[in-house]
Design a protein. Structure first.
Ligand SMILES: *Cc1c(COP(=O)(O)O)cnc(C)c1O
Length: 675
C-alpha cells in the first residue's frame, strides 16, 4: 500500500484536505471485502468453535450457535439454537446477562467420565471399580448439585465438600442419591466440621474424613469417642510431584495442603495406638487443577499409589485411592497443554493413565487393586452453562475516530508542534507507517503541552487528534480496535479473567453467517479500569466482531449477543458484586428428545434491592428515608407518588442496563415454556 505521491506533486504543506484525497484514492484501491462469500463455516474456524466446541457446541446454517445437548449422540433435529433460547428467556421476562444451563450436557459429561473409566478398567483387566465424586466447590448451585446426584445415582456418584456449608448441602442432596455414593470431607476442619462428618456416617452416608493436617486426627479421635461413632478416615498426601502451572502452585513439597511423609507415619502410628488402623481406608491427593499432561498425572499417581501400598503394608484397611481433581479443559482448543488454557489429553487418555498407573504400582507391590475415586469439578460442570450478554454500543477506544474533524490550524501550533506536524505529513506521504506512529505521538504530546500552558484552544487540540487518527487510518497503522460496551460486570461473571487472567471462549452467538468486519475488545459496565476483556483465546488482544446495526423497529441498536462458553466451573461462586452489579438471570433449558427445548425454570438475577441488602443496606429503610425527603420537596400528591413508584420499581429491577422493551420486573420462579 504505497501512497502515490505523483497524484498531487504540488500538494500544499498544510492542506489537510488534499492530503486526505491523496490518501483516500489509495484507500479505495484496497480490494472489496469478500463478505458475500462468507459462510457460517468460516466463523466456525475463525472463532475456533471447531476446536473448543465439540461435542457440545457448533455453528448452524442460520449462523447461530447450536447446542448439542447429548454430545456426540445428538441427532440433527435435537440441536438447540442458542439464539432461540435467549429470545424465549427474554419473552419470559428475563433480563440479560443470562446464564443458560443445559442439564443434558451435565448428564452427558458425567456419563462420559464414568464410561471412560469403565472402559479403561475393562481393557486393563483392573480389579476394582471406579466411583467418582463431584467437588461441590466447582459450582454449588442447587440445580447443578441435585442434577449431578440424580444423573449419577446409577453409578454410585458421590459428592465432595471442602467446608461446613458445602458438607450440609452435600448431605441434603445425597439423601436422594445412591446409598453407595461416597461423601468425601476435605478442607480444613474444626470440631464442628468433624462432628458433622461423623453424624453423616451415623445417618448412613459413606462419609470419609480426609485429614488435611496432622492435628485434625486428634479432633477426629476425640469427637468420634464423644459421639460414639467410628470414623472412616482418609489421608491427604502432600506429593513431591509438582505441577508447574498456575493451578499447581499449591502442589509439591512446599504445597499448602496435605501431610508430609513424616506426618503420615505419625498418623499411622497414632491410629495403631488407638486401635483405629482399620478406620484408615482412603488415600487422597490433588496435584492441582487443569493438569497439563498425562505424564505429570502419571508421575503424581505413581508417587501416591506407592504411598497407598505402604499404608497397606503398615496395616491400614486401605480400600480407595482418590486421585483428586485436575482433569483439564481445553479452553483455547489448541490441545497443546503448554499453558493453563489447554490440556494435551482426552478424557479417555486421562482415565486410562489413572487406571494403568495405579494397577502398575499395586501389581509391583502385590497389593489388591483399590477402588478408584476422582474429584473432577471443572471437567464435569464447565460445559453445561453459557453466559449470554449484550454488546450495547461500539466506539473507537476513547474517541470517535470515524467523525472527521476540521483541519488543525498549523499557524497556531508551537514551533515544536509544527515541526512534528511537518515531519508527520512528510512521513505519511512516503507511507512510513512506523514513523507515523512515532510522530503522531510526538505531535499530540507537543500539543497537549501547549494546551496545558493555555496557548491552544480545545477545538484546536481536537483537530490535531482528528488529524492524527486520520493519518493513522490512511497509512494503515491504526489498529482500529473498537471498544464494545457490554452489559456485564467482569467481576461478577468472569472473575477469573480479572483475577488470574484465565481465558474463556467468548464469541457472538448469532450473525455468524456474516463476516465480522471489525475488531474489538469488551468494556464492561463497572467504573473500574480492570472491567474489560482485552485478551482472547489464541493470544489475541481483540476479537473479530460485527458492526452493530440499527434495530428495524427503531430505538437504537439491534441486539448483539455474545456468549462466554466453558465457564460453568468456579465463575459463579467466585463472582462478587463490585459496583453492585449482582448475579445474572438463569434459565434452565431441557432438550426434548423429539427436538426443541423446554425452559424448566427462569429466575431473574439479583435486584438492586438484593445487592443493597448484601452490603448491609435495608431497601425498606432506603425507601422510607427517601419518602420523607420526597414529602418535603415534592409534597404528597400524585407527583410524589410517581417518584416513589420509580424508587420502588428500581429496587425491584436488576442493576444492569435495561432494554426499553424489557423494563418490567423479573421472570419469577419455576416458569415452564416450550419452544
Ligand atoms: C478444587 C478441588 C478439586 C476440583 O478440581 P478440578 O480441577 O476442578 O477438577 C478436587 N479436589 C480438591 C481437593 C480440590 O481442592
Amino acid at each position: 500500500m504505497a501512497v502515490d505521491t505523483a497524484v498531487s506533486p504540488q500538494v500544499q504543506p498544510y492542506a489537510f484536505a488534499s492530503l486526505g484525497s491523496t490518501l483516500q484514492v489509495h484507500a479505495a484501491a484496497t480490494p472489496p471485502s469478500s463478505a458475500a462469500a462468507w459462510s457460517p463455516l468460516h466463523s466456525e474456524t475463525l472463532y475456533r468453535v471447531d476446536r473448543w466446541g465439540p461435542p457440545y457446541f457448533a455453528v448452524n446454517s442460520a449462523g447461530d450457535i447450536s447446542v448439542r445437548p447429548f454430545g456426540d449422540d445428538t441427532l440433527p433435529h435435537q440441536e438447540i439454537d442458542l439464539l432461540k433460547v435467549v429470545k424465549k428467556a427474554s419473552s419470559l421476562g428475563l433480563q440479560l446477562p443470562l446464564v443458560v444451563r443445559f442439564p443434558d450436557v451435565l448428564r452427558n459429561r458425567l456419563e462420559s467420565i464414568q464410561s471412560a473409566f469403565d472402559s479403561a478398567i475393562e481393557s486393563r483387566g483392573y480389579g476394582a471399580h471406579f466411583q467418582g465424586v463431584y467437588p461441590v466447590k466447582s459450582n454449588q448451585d442447587r440445580f447443578v448439585v441435585e442434577d449431578i446426584v440424580e444423573f449419577g445415582s446409577g453409578f454410585r456418584f458421590g459428592l465432595e465438600s471442602g467446608s461446613k456449608p458445602e458438607l450440609l448441602l452435600a448431605m441434603s442432596c445425597l439423601c436422594s442419591g445412591s446409598p453407595d455414593a461416597l461423601l468425601i470431607c476435605n478442607g480444613f476442619k474444626d470440631a464442628e466440621y468433624v462432628s458433622l462428618a461423623l453424624v453423616a456416617k451415623k445417618l448412613q452416608f459413606n462419609s470419609v474424613i480426609v485429614l488435611e493436617e496432622e492435628d485434625e486426627l486428634d479432633v477426629v479421635i476425640d469427637a468420634g469417642r464423644k459421639l460414639g461413632i467410628r470414623p472412616v478416615i482418609g489421608l491427604r498426601a502432600k506429593l513431591r510431584t509438582k505441577h508447574a502451572g498456575h493451578f499447581g502452585s499449591t502442589s509439591g513439597e512446599k504445597g499448602k495442603f496435605g501431610l508430609t511423609t513424616a506426618q503420615i507415619l505419625r498418623v499411622v502410628k497414632k491410629l495403631g495406638q488407638f486401635e483405629m488402623l482399620d478406620c484408615l481406608q482412603l488415600l487422597h491427593f490433588h496435584v492441582g487443577s487443569q493438569i497439563p499432561s498425562t505424564s505429570l498425572l502419571a508421575d503424581g499417581i505413581v508417587e501416591a499409589a506407592q504411598i497407598y501400598c505402604e499404608l497397606f503394608r503398615h496395616g491400614a484397611a486401605m480400600q480407595f485411592i482418590d486421585v483428586g481433581g485436575g482433569l483439564g479443559i481445553d479452553y483455547d482448543g489448541s490441545r497443546s497443554g503448554d499453558s493453563d488454557m489447554s490440556v494435551s489429553y482426552s478424557l479417555h487418555e486421562y482415565a486410562s493413565t489413572v487406571v494403568k498407573t495405579v494397577a502398575f504400582v499395586c501389581d509391583r507391590n502385590s497389593v489388591k487393586h483399590p477402588m478408584i475415586c476422582s474429584e473432577s469439578g471443572r471437567a464435569i460442570v464447565s460445559h453445561h452453562s453459557v453466559l449470554v450478554f449484550e454488546a450495547v454500543s461500539e466506539s473507537f477506544n476513547g474517541d470517535d475516530k470515524q467523525k472527521r474533524t476540521d483541519s488543525p490550524c498549523v499557524e497556531r501550533l508551537s514551533d515544536d508542534a509544527r515541526a512534528a506536524y511537518n515531519s508527520l505529513y512528510a512521513a505519511a506521504m512516503r507511507n512510513e507507517r512506523e514513523r507515523c506512529v512515532f510522530l503522531t505521538d510526538e505531535l499530540k504530546g507537543r500539543c497537549v503541552e501547549q494546551f496545558k500552558e493555555g496557548n491552544l484552544e480545545m477545538e484546536e487540540l481536537a483537530a490535531v487528534d482528528g488529524f492524527c487518527d486520520f493519518i493513522e487510518n490512511a497509512v494503515g497503522v491504526s489498529d482500529e480496535i473498537m471498544a464494545y460496551h457490554v452489559n456485564l460486570s467482569v467481576f461478577t461473571s468472569i472473575p477469573d479473567f480479572w483475577g488470574i487472567g484465565q481465558l474463556f471462549p467468548i464469541i457472538p452467538i448469532h450473525r455468524l453467517d456474516e463476516k465480522p468486519e471489525l475488531r474489538g475488545f469488551l468494556s464492561d459496565l463497572t467504573c473500574d479500569s480492570d472491567g474489560k476483556i482485552d485478551k482472547f483465546i489464541g493470544s489475541e488482544a481483540s476479537l473479530p466482531l460485527h458492526k452493530l446495526v440499527e434495530d428495524t423497529g427503531g430505538g437504537g441498536a439491534a441486539a448483539y449477543y455474545l456468549g462466554m462458553f466453558l465457564g460453568g466451573a468456579y465463575e459463579e461462586a467466585l463472582g462478587g458484586i463490585h459496583n453492585l452489579f449482582g448475579r445474572p438471570s438463569v434459565a434452565r433449558v431441557v432438550a426434548q428428545s423429539s427436538g426443541g427445548f423446554v425452559v424448566k425454570s427462569a429466575v431473574a438475577g439479583a435486584s438492586c434491592g438484593e445487592v443493597l441488602r448484601a452490603m448491609g443496606h435495608r431497601p425498606e429503610t432506603v425507601l422510607e428515608t427517601l419518602r420523607r425527603r420526597v414529602e418535603e420537596f415534592v409534597g404528597d400528591g400524585g407527583a410524589a407518588g410517581t417518584v416513589m413508584e420509580g424508587f420502588s420499581s428500581c429496587l425491584g429491577n436488576m442493576p444492569y442496563l435495561a432494554r426499553a422493551a424489557a423494563m418490567k420486573g423479573g421472570g419469577g420462579d419455576g416458569d415452564e415454556a416450550e419452544e
